[in-house]
Design a protein around this ligand. Structure first.
Ligand SMILES: Cc1cc2nc3c(=O)[nH]c(=O)nc-3n(C[C@H](O)[C@H](O)[C@H](O)COP(=O)(O)OP(=O)(O)OC[C@H]3O[C@@H](n4cnc5c(N)ncnc54)[C@H](O)[C@@H]3O)c2cc1C
Length: 511
C-alpha cells in the first residue's frame, strides 16, 4: 500500500526556522552529559498545527511546539529515522524515556547483515538479496513475512552505504549463524557494532537540528477521529506532562525482552530467565499502537540466545563463535555445530548436563573481538591459560574429554575432513595461546513479534487497514524475523525500516 499523500499541514516545514529560534535545533536533556536544559524553557513557537496549551502535572499550562514528525524511542531505529527525516527537511522531535540514547542497540555486538554490498564484492563473496531473503525466511522457520523480508534484504546494501556516507563504515566481514555466506558487516577495529553506531548516530543527531528529549516517557499517541495529532509525554525528571503536536508519529520504542510478565504470558517458562535486554524494553510501543487499533503479529516468538553469562546477563556475541569459538559442555565434550541458528544451539545446550557450556577460543578470536577485554575480563568472567590442558583444569571439566574434543576439531581442519559436528563455516584452528573459556547458558534476547506493518512501515490495524500517520520500525514491529531472528538481522532491520518509516512519514506530511 502506498503511504497516504495527504498532509494535515502542508507546510512550509523544512524551510521554517526552528521553533526555538535557535540556530542548532538538537539538544539533549538529561544525564547524558550534554547539559540539563529544559525543553519547555527553550521552546515556544508552534508550526502549522494549532498551538497547544498542555497541562503540566502541577496544573500549570505550558506552550509546546509542534513538529512534522515525532519519533518515539531514540534507539537505532529511532535515530536512523530521525536523521533521514531531518535531512529531508522535516522538523523532528525524538523522544526517549531513558537518560541516554541507544536503547538495546547499544548492546548489539556482532554486526549488521547485508547483501550485494561493495565489501562483499571486494572480498569475492557471492551473495544476493534473494539468498539473504531465503536464509532469513528459513532461519525464521518459514514464519516470516516474505514481503517484509524481501524489502529489508533489497535495501540492506543501501543502508550500509548510507552509514558509510555518514562516517560509520562497517568494513569487516564475518560469519553469522544461519547465513549461507559471509554477510555480517562489522566495524573494522573489532568494536561492538551497537556502541559504534549509537555513538555515531547520537553525534549526528546532536550536530543536526533534531530536538531530542531524554527522560521523556511517551504515555499516549494522540488521535482524534482517526487522525494522528501528536503524543503525550511525561518528563521523568520533573514529572510534568506535555503534549507535542505532529501529524505523523513513528514508533521506534523497541521490544519487550525485559518485561517478564509479558514474556511469560506467551512463554511461561521464561518468567525467571535472565535477559540481555535493557530494563526499558517493556513493550511500551506495542501498547501505544494497540491503543489506536494496531494489530500485532508473532507475539509468542521470543528468541533465547545460547551464550549469555548468567550472573551478569552479558551476552557473549555470536561473533565469537563466528570467528572460531567452540562450545564445550560440563563433561568437557563438544556437542553441536556452534553455527546452527540460535534456537537450535539453545535447544541442544539445554539438553547438556546443567544446561550450560563454555565457549572456548584462542588469542586470534580474542584479538578480533574487543568485547572480551572490555566486558568479560574486568569482571573476572574469562578464564585464561597458556595451554589447552591448563584451561580444561581451570574450567573443572574432564581434561581427557576436553583434549579429545579439541584435537578432533583441530585435526579435521588440518586434514580438511568433515567436522565431527558438521560445522562448515569459520573452522579456524584453536591453537594460538593464550586460550580462553567463558561460561554461558541461554538467556532471553529478542522479541520477534510486535506491531504489524507493511513494507512502507505503515502500521496496520486489526481490520487490515493502514492507520494514517502512524509508522513503526525496529524491534517494536513483528513479521520480519518469523520464529527466529538471525544474528545481524536486527541491525539491518533498524537501519532499513528506520529509513523507510522516515520516508513514508515524510511523504505523509507532504515533504
Ligand atoms: C545484548 C544484545 C546484543 C545484540 N546484538 C545484535 C547484533 O549483533 N546484531 C543484530 O542485528 N542485533 C543484535 N541485537 C538486537 C538489536 O540490538 C535490537 O533488536 C535493536 O537494536 C533494537 O533497536 P530498536 O531501535 O528497535 O530498539 P532500541 O534500540 O531498544 O531502542 C528503543 C528505545 O525506545 C525507548 N522507549 C521505549 N519505550 C518508550 C516510551 N514509552 N517513551 C520514550 N521512549 C521509549 C527505549 O528506552 C529505547 O531507548 C542485540 C540485542 C542485545 C540485547
Amino acid at each position: 500500500m502506498e503511504p497516504a499523500k495527504e498532509s494535515l499541514c502542508k507546510h512550509e516545514a523544512a524551510k521554517h526556522p526552528h521553533p526555538t529560534g535557535m540556530s542548532r535545533r538538537s539538544f539533549i536533556v538529561g544525564a547524558a552529559g550534554f547539559g540539563a536544559v529544559s525543553l519547555a524553557a527553550l521552546l515556544g513557537v508552534s508550526g502549522c498545527a494549532p498551538r497547544l496549551a498542555s497541562e503540566a502535572a502541577d496544573g500549570a499550562s505550558e506552550e509546546a511546539p509542534s513538529y512534522d514528525i515525532i519519533i518515539i524511542g531514540a534507539g537505532g531505529a529511532g535515530m536512523v529515522a530521525a536523521l533521514h527525516a531531518f535531512e529531508a527537511g522535516a522538523r523532528v522531535l525524538l523522544l526517549e524515556k531513558n537518560a541516554s540514547t541507544g536503547g538495546n542497540t547499544n548492546f548489539a555486538e556482532g554486526g549488521m547483515n547485508a547483501s550485494e554490498t561493495r565489501l562483499q564484492a571486494e572480498n569475492d563473496i557471492l551473495d544476493s538479496n534473494t539468498l539473504f531473503a531465503e536464509d532469513t525466511f528459513i532461519g525464521g522457520h518459514e514464519k516470516g513475512n516474505r514481503d517484509l523480508i524481501n524489502h529489508m534484504c533489497q535495501n540492506s546494501s543501501a543502508a550500509i552505504d548510507w552509514l558509510e556516507d555518514h562516517a560509520l563504515p562497517l568494513t569487516k566481514l564475518g560469519t553469522s549463524g544461519g547465513a549461507s555466506v559471509k554477510r555480517i558487516h562489522r566495524p573494522g577495529d573489532g568494536s561492538a557494532v551497537g556502541q559504534y553506531l549509537v555513538t555515531g548516530l547520537t553525534g549526528l543527531c546532536q550536530e543536526s537540528e533534531i530536538d531530542i528529549l531524554l527522560q521523556s516517557d511517551v504515555e499516549e499517541i494522540l488521535s482524534t477521529e482517526g487522525v494522528i495529532s501528536g503524543v503525550r509525554v511525561v518528563s521523568l525528571e520533573s514529572n510534568k506532562t506535555t503534549e507535542y503536536r505532529a501529524p505523523a508519529v513513528i514508533v521506534a520504542a523497541g521490544g519487550f525482552g525485559a518485561n517478564h510478565e509479558m514474556l511469560a504470558s506467551y512463554r511461561p517458562e521464561l518468567l525467571d530467565a535472565v535477559t540481555t535486554n535493557l530494563a526499558s524494553a517493556q513493550g511500551d510501543g506495542i501498547a501505544l499502537a494497540e491503543a489506536l487499533g494496531a494489530a500485532t503479529v508473532d507475539m509468542g516468538e521470543i528468541q533465547v540466545h545460547p551464550t549469555v553469562e548468567q550472573n551478569t546477563a552479558i551476552l557473549l556475541s555470536e561473533g565469537i563463535r563466528g570467528d572460531g569459538a567452540v562450545l564445550i559442555n560440563a563433561e568437557g565434550k563438544r556437542f553441536t555445530n556452534e553455527l546452527l541458528t540460535r534456537d537450535a544451539v539453545t535447544a541442544i545446550e539445554w539438553e547438556q548436563p546443567g544446561g550450560w557450556s563454555y565457549a572456548v577460543f584462542d588469542k586470534e578470536v580474542y584479538d578480533a573481538n574487543t568485547s572480551i577485554a572490555k566486558k568479560f575480563e574486568p569482571k573476572g568472567l574469562a578464564l585464561q591459560a597458556e595451554s589447552l590442558e591448563e584451561l580444561a583444569t581451570e574450567m573443572e571439566v574432564d581434561v581427557a574429554n576436553f583434549m579429545d574434543a579439541l584435537t578432533a576439531y583441530n585435526s579435521a581442519i588440518e586434514a580438511e575432513t568433515v567436522d565431527p559436528f558438521g560445522r562448515t563455516e569459520s573452522r579456524n584452528l584453536i591453537k594460538h595461546p593464550p586460550f580462553y573459556a567463558i561460561k554461558v547458558a541461554p538467556g532471553i534476547h529478542h522479541t520477534m513479534g510486535g506491531i504489524k506493518i507493511d513494507t512502507q512501515a505503515q502500521v496496520i490495524d486489526t481490520t487490515g487497514n493502514v492507520i494514517p500517520g502512524l509508522f513503526a520500525a525496529g524491534e517494536v514491529t513483528g513479521g520480519i524475523h518469523g520464529g527466529n531472528r538471525l544474528g545481524g538481522n536486527a541491525v539491518c532491520d533498524i537501519n532499513v525500516y528506520g529509513a523507510q518509516a522516515a520516508r513514508s512519514a515524510l511523504s505523509f506530511v507532504g515533504l
